[in-house]
Design a protein around this ligand. Structure first.
Ligand SMILES: Cc1cc2nc3c(=O)[nH]c(=O)nc-3n(C[C@H](O)[C@H](O)[C@H](O)COP(=O)(O)OP(=O)(O)OC[C@H]3O[C@@H](n4cnc5c(N)ncnc54)[C@H](O)[C@@H]3O)c2cc1C
Length: 387
């Protein structure tokens, strides 16, 4: 066993720092507050090979794994920069297209996406089904000419309008007719500008450069060439998307938690109240030390989950634990940091409170911690299902 990062892994981890020297938290916040995609930063990361980290080299990617993507994301988040597009695009779309796409799909989509010329997003959540994905009703119906018509609705889809393509989770067999509840799902690669799609923005109270949208599909024309993998067998690919998504939340949560604590330590060493630096007061020091412990544990589990995934071994238990741990740890880290700053924590100048909505999001999305704990209770520990 070796817990040290290899030289290549160190370089990838440190790349986040170097990218953040040019595109820092101030740049990211300006993008977030104006709801503008940070295209210069994204373009630079694409040029340096990081957008296509998980895509095969033959199609413009780096041919690396989830661990490398995790390290890059964690390194960037250590500097206060979380970008959801790397999750829904680089990891949940480009990786699976590289693994399951046809030759034609790989040639058509990967080189441009890896180069940052086009972007992908990922659509699974539905207004009625919510967390219960099995009850998704967005349906692609096969017609006599062999083509499909997509109908239904999705909600909270990050970056839809600004992206070029999306992986859309559909049912090709309705829930009621499927032999097993996981059967009858099909993933389609959809042109976000296709006829029959209406996208309405959902304003959210989180500083984020990417927008979220509610979508309505009305007889959107799709062909068999748009299916990723096999018709009706999308659920297996879906799980190869969802565990990495949890790992990426682990990476961002760990990094953002460190960023907040780094700011707090600097401030608490400097700020003197009652003749001593406030960092000496254990009421401030211990919550920070506890959060630091939680963050480093979350980061370790996150990296382990990524490593298992790359080896093709089961990683769901670790990915869920990592996601849950990082979501909780980052909330504790930001809260402990905020307390150190006193009133300054709530100012735009210090920008600490601005970090909170993002870390709090991770307790609810992409999968709420309750469902994560349900999974661990039932599937990892063998307790009865509660729902
Ligand atoms: C900013 C943002 C970006 C997003 N981006 C995307 C995206 O790009 N693509 C996408 O597909 N989706 C996206 N989502 C959607 C997100 O994944 C969902 O909001 C999330 O999965 C929760 O689903 P829901 O909102 O329908 O909550 P609901 O299913 O209505 O659940 C509400 C609450 O009920 C509780 N709950 C539900 N079921 C159980 C249970 N069995 N046991 C215990 N408690 C339970 C949980 O606490 C949960 O938070 C995004 C959401 C946000 C806010």
């Amino acid at each position: 066993m070796d817990f040290n990062l290899s030289d290549e892994h160190k370089m990838i981890y440190e790349y986040g720092d170097s990218l953040a020297k040019t595109y820092d938290r101030k740049y990211w916040m300006e993008c977030a507050e104006s709801r503008t995609f940070p295209k210069e930063m994204y373009q630079q990361s694409a040029q340096d090979g990081f957008v296509g980290t998980m895509a095969p080299e033959a199609y413009g990617g780096a041919g690396l794994g989830l661990l490398e993507m995790e390290l890059f994301t964690e390194g960037l988040a250590n500097n206060g920069i979380p970008l959801l597009t790397y999750i829904v695009g680089s990891v949940m779309s480009l990786g699976p297209i590289g693994d399951h796409g046809t030759e034609e799909q790989k040639q058509r989509y990967l080189p441009d996406a890896c180069a940052g010329k086009t972007r992908f997003c990922f659509a699974i959540t539905e207004p009625n089904a919510g967390t219960n994905t099995m009850k998704a009703t967005t349906i692609a119906t096969k017609k006599s000419d062999g083509r499909y018509r997509l109908n239904g609705a999705k909600t909270f889809i990050t970056d839809w309008v600004e992206s070029d393509y999306a992986l859309v989770v559909t049912r090709t067999t309705p829930f009621e007719e499927a032999k097993k509840k996981t059967e009858g799902f099909t993933l389609f690669i959809v042109d976000t500008k296709a006829k029959g799609i209406e996208a309405q923005p959902i304003p959210v109270s989180i500083p984020l450069p990417e927008m979220q949208y509610q979508l309505f599909f009305d007889d959107v024309d799709l062909g068999p060439e748009d299916i990723l993998g096999e018709e009706g067998k999308g659920f297996e690919i879906l799980f190869e998307c969802l565990n990495p998504e949890r790992v990426m939340v682990g990476a961002i949560g760990s990094g953002i938690g460190r960023y907040a604590m780094g700011k707090a330590v600097e401030y608490a060493n400097d700020r003197v109240v009652f003749d001593r630096p406030i960092g000496a007061y254990q009421a401030l020091q211990h919550p920070l030390a506890k959060a630091k412990t939680e963050i480093e544990m979350a980061s370790l589990m996150t990296r382990k989950a990524a490593w298992l995934f790359d080896k093709g071994e089961p990683s769901a238990a670790e990915a869920n634990m990592a996601k849950c741990a990082a979501a909780e740890a980052s909330i504790h880290a930001v809260d402990a940091s905020l307390q150190c700053f006193g009133g300054n924590g709530f100012t735009k100048e210090y920008g600490i409170f601005d970090i909170y909505p993002m870390v709090r999001l991770f307790k609810t999305a992409p999968l709420n911690n309750e469902m994560v704990l349900n999974y661990i209770g039932e599937h990892v520990m063998g307790l009865p299902r509660s729902y």
